[in-house]
Write a new protein. Structure first.
Length: 351
C-alpha cells in the first residue's frame, strides 16, 4: 500500500460526506489493491494496540481464548472475492462468497473482535454451506481506524440504531449484495459472534424490513451498554434492565454455559427480547441432546402461528467463548459443539 490505510479511510470518509461515494470507493480499491510482487491483501492491516488498561480491556472483547486470531491464507477461489461499500454513513471492505448455483438468500456474517473475514469464513465453514444451499455469504470487515481491536462498536449509542453509524453501513452492504445477486428482499439474514453477535441483534432491530432473521452467537442484547464501562459490566455480569427494542425478527441464539468473556445471561436475554417483541404464541419445546462425540446442549424452540421456529435458544454445556461446531482452520472455534453454522442456516431457511 502506498499510504497508511487509516489515512485512506479518513480521505474516503471525507469524499463520501462530500457526496462523492464513487470516488471514495475507487480510493479504497486502489489502497487495497496489491502492488508489485506483494501477496494479494485480504484486507487492511491491523494497527498495533497501544499499552494501557483501557486498551487491554478493549482487547478482552475479542472472540474466544487468549492469543491472536489466525489469518488463513487466501484460498484463491474466484467465487470468494474482495468487495467494497461506501455510503453516507461511511465505508467498509467486505468479502463475498458467491455460490455456483443460483442464489436463494443472503447471509451476512459479522466477525468477532480481532478476527477478519477470511478467518471467520474458515472457522465457521459457512462457504461450504453456501454451495449446498445456494447462499451468498457476506463478511463485512471492521477497520482498525474504527476500533483498534477490530470490534464492531455495539456499545456506542451512535452505532445502535438505524440511519447512522455502523448499522447504516452494514445495511448498505446488505442492499448492495442483495441487489447485485438478485436475491428477494425477504431472504436476507445476519449472524455474528461476540461483538458481531451484538451488532447482528442491533441490525435486526434497526432494520426489520431488511433483515428476516438473526443469529446471535455469544453476543449481547440490544441496549445492554451505552459506553465502554457499561459494556464490560454487561459482559461480566449479564445485561442490566433495559428498554425492550421496538422491533424484532426471528432469532436463533447460541451461547456456551462456561463462557467467561460474555456472560450466558446475555444470550438468554436476547432470546427473551425476541419472544417479547414477536409475541410468538405457537408450540414450545425444550430438547436436550449431544453433538456426535462432543458437547451436550439444551435447545428451547418456540414456533410462530405458522409452525416456523420463531425463537431458538441453544445453551452448549461446558462451552466457552467460541463458535460452536467450528473448524480448526479458523480462530475461536469449538469443534466439539453442535454445528451452529448448519443450525443457523436451517433456522434461516425454514418455511
Amino acid at each position: 500500500m502506498n499510504a497508511p490505510f487509516k489515512d485512506v479511510v479518513r480521505a474516503a470518509t471525507e469524499l463520501t460526506r462530500a457526496g462523492k461515494p464513487a470516488e471514495a470507493t475507487r480510493l479504497l480499491q486502489q489502497a487495497l489493491r496489491p502492488h508489485g510482487s506483494e501477496t494479494p491483501a485480504a484486507g487492511p492491516p491491523r494497527a498495533r494496540l497501544p499499552l494501557g488498561e483501557t486498551i487491554a480491556r478493549l482487547r478482552s472483547l475479542r472472540s474466544g481464548k487468549a492469543g491472536p486470531a489466525r489469518r488463513p491464507a487466501p484460498t484463491g477461489d474466484p467465487r470468494f472475492t474482495q468487495e467494497y461499500f461506501a455510503g453516507p454513513a461511511g465505508a467498509r471492505p467486505y468479502k463475498l462468497y458467491r455460490p455456483a448455483r443460483p442464489a436463494r438468500a443472503v447471509v451476512v456474517m459479522l466477525h468477532g473482535c480481532s478476527q477478519d473475514p477470511d478467518d471467520f469464513a474458515a472457522g465457521t465453514g459457512m462457504n461450504a454451506l453456501a454451495e449446498a444451499h445456494g447462499l451468498v455469504i457476506v463478511y463485512p470487515q471492521q477497520l482498525a481506524a474504527a476500533n483498534q481491536a477490530a470490534c464492531w462498536n455495539w456499545f456506542q449509542p451512535s452505532d445502535q440504531g438505524p440511519g447512522r453509524g455502523e448499522p447504516a453501513i452494514l445495511a448498505g452492504i446488505v442492499e448492495q449484495a442483495r441487489r447485485r445477486h438478485a436475491v428477494a428482499a425477504d431472504r436476507v439474514f445476519v449472524a455474528g459472534l461476540s461483538a458481531g453477535g451484538a451488532m447482528a441483534a442491533i441490525l435486526g432491530t434497526a432494520y426489520p424490513e431488511l433483515i428476516s432473521a438473526v443469529g446471535v452467537h455469544s453476543g449481547l442484547p440490544v441496549g445492554a451498554a451505552s459506553d465502554l464501562a457499561s459494556a464490560f459490566a454487561a459482559m461480566r455480569n449479564g445485561p442490566p434492565s433495559h428498554r425492550r427494542p421496538a422491533g424484532a425478527v426471528r432469532t436463533i441464539v447460541f451461547h456456551g454455559s462456561a463462557d467467561t468473556t460474555v456472560h450466558p445471561a446475555n444470550g438468554a436475554q436476547v432470546a427473551r427480547d425476541a419472544l417479547a417483541a414477536l409475541g410468538a404464541v405457537g408450540t414450545e419445546a425444550t430438547i436436550s441432546g449431544r453433538a456426535p462425540g462432543g458437547r451436550g446442549f439444551t435447545r428451547r424452540v418456540v414456533h410462530d402461528r405458522d409452525g416456523r421456529p420463531a425463537v431458538e435458544h441453544w445453551q452448549i454445556d461446558g462451552a466457552g467463548h467460541a463458535w460452536s461446531g467450528g473448524r480448526g482452520a479458523g480462530s475461536f472455534t469449538d469443534p466439539a459443539g453442535p454445528d451452529a453454522s448448519a443450525e443457523m442456516v436451517r433456522f434461516f431457511l425454514a418455511d
